[in-house]
Design a protein around this ligand. Structure first.
Ligand code: ADP
Ligand code: MG
Length: 380
């Protein structure tokens, strides 16, 4: 592509969220797992301050200089790369330009956070390019700081007021583990996935039209909910106070508050269930989470409900729920290993009939967070 050997590979994973949906921006708990679907950049450093990235998925080359990084039109993939570059530069990291080829197999716009994957893969490419050029970036650009800067990039360059969960798990995911994150202070704990459990992704094939604007509306409703209880965020609202006030309080705000408070408790219960290897309990919590997202938070869709309903009817499926922001995209099911084929068959037989859509079904495994490695100059 660029007429010279590659010097680095940088990668970052997508994720599923096992439970804890729409809680991250309310300073609550989440339990995501990085998955074995990734965005990868393969490239080499440059000696000028230019970044060139060729996307194999869009067959398009992006070129910009590090000193002037304007946004592109809304919805364009280049904004994720530009956003990360701009945010790192503004945080005073001395960036090295690079040429790279970009490719991903995280389904885009399906709720598996391909956006955080491209952000963190780009961030890792900057680290790799700096090191390969003999100008390594400050070692503090890692972990929580990397996640926060990637979140800022998405907020600034795409206008979605995303929480921290997606970037955090894409950075700090641990192979074979889910990660419980307390979004209040970002303390976190890796929890092993039991050997016999399988996480099956059901991509509904339904696009997430309106998802971005509805997402921002939900955020505003949660802020209104917190204000109602004179709290800074919903993390500070006690369930007993909510129960005392909800009678007679009609309207969406109380529904949203109810979801967030109970969802936080479900995450804590889910972590305990995982530690006990109690997959029945975890599955039940996931199904309750889905019902709450459907009825209280109102971010599900007919397609997601159909996928969850079909999955829950299969012997050996412990539970199922939408994952990600909602309105379309993916559902996940927690299943026994020997039930995966039956689940796939049930979805493929029933889902198109019920929805007119074509689903994709795949098993995912708990992957490690973003990383890079340098290639031998000779190996290329
Ligand atoms: P999600 O994060 O749920 O997948 P988003 O709408 O937040 O959905 O992010 C999807 C966007 O991320 C895509 O429209 C595209 O701009 C960018 N993106 C993700 N993966 C790639 C890729 N492999 N190549 C180029 N852009 C990508
Ligand atoms: Mg996203």
């Amino acid at each position: 592509m660029f007429g010279r050997p590659a010097r680095f590979v940088a990668r970052a994973p997508g994720r599923v969220n096992l439970i804890g949906e729409h809680t991250d921006y309310n300073d609550g708990f989440v339990l995501p797992m990085a998955i074995d679907r990734e965005v990868t950049l393969v490239g080499a450093p440059r000696e000028d301050r230019v970044v060139r990235v060729h996307s194999l998925d869009f067959d398009e080359t992006l070129t910009f200089g590090l000193d002037f990084i304007p946004r592109e039109a809304a919805g364009r993939w280049g904004n994720y790369v530009r956003g990360v570059a701009a945010v790192l530069r503004d945080a005073a990291f001395a960036l090295t330009g690079f040429d790279a080829v970009l490719k991903g197999d995280v389904p885009m716009g399906s709720g598996l956070s391909s956006s955080a994957a491209i952000e963190l893969a780009t961030l890792m490419a900057f680290k790799a390019a700096g090191e390969a050029a003999g100008r390594p970036l400050d070692a503090r650009l890692d972990g929580e700081l990397a996640a926060r800067l990637a979140q800022r990039a998405e907020q600034r360059y795409t206008g979605v007021q995303c929480g921290i969960m997606d970037q955090f798990i894409a950075t700090l995911g641990v192979e074979g583990h889910a990660l419980k994150i307390d979004c209040l202070d970002l303390t976190h704990e890796a929890v092993p996935m039991p050997a016999g459990a399988r996480i099956v992704v059901i991509d509904t094939g339904a696009s997430r039209a309106l998802a971005a604007s509805a997402y921002n509306t939900r955020r505003a409703e949660c802020e209104a909910g917190a204000a109602l209880f004179r709290a800074q965020t919903l993390r500070d609202v006690r369930y007993a106070d909510f129960v005392a006030r909800r009678e007679g309080a009609e309207g969406p705000v109380m529904l949203r508050v109810g979801h967030v408070l109970l969802e936080n408790q479900r995450v804590l219960d889910a972590v305990e269930a995982l530690k006990r290897g109690d997959l029945e309990e975890l599955g039940l919590l996931m199904s309750h989470s889905h019902q709450s997202l459907r009825d209280l938070y109102e971010v599900s869709s007919d397609a997601l409900d159909a996928a969850v309903d079909i999955a829950e009817g299969v012997e050996g499926v412990y539970g199922a729920r939408m994952t990600g922001a909602g309105f379309g995209g993916c559902a996940i099911a927690l299943t026994r290993e020997d039930a995966v084929d039956a689940l796939r068959e049930a979805i493929e037989a029933q889902y198109p009939q019920r929805t007119g859509l074509t689903p994709k079904v795949f098993v995912c495994r708990a992957n490690a967070g973003a990383s890079y490695r340098l290639l031998d100059a000779a190996a290329g």
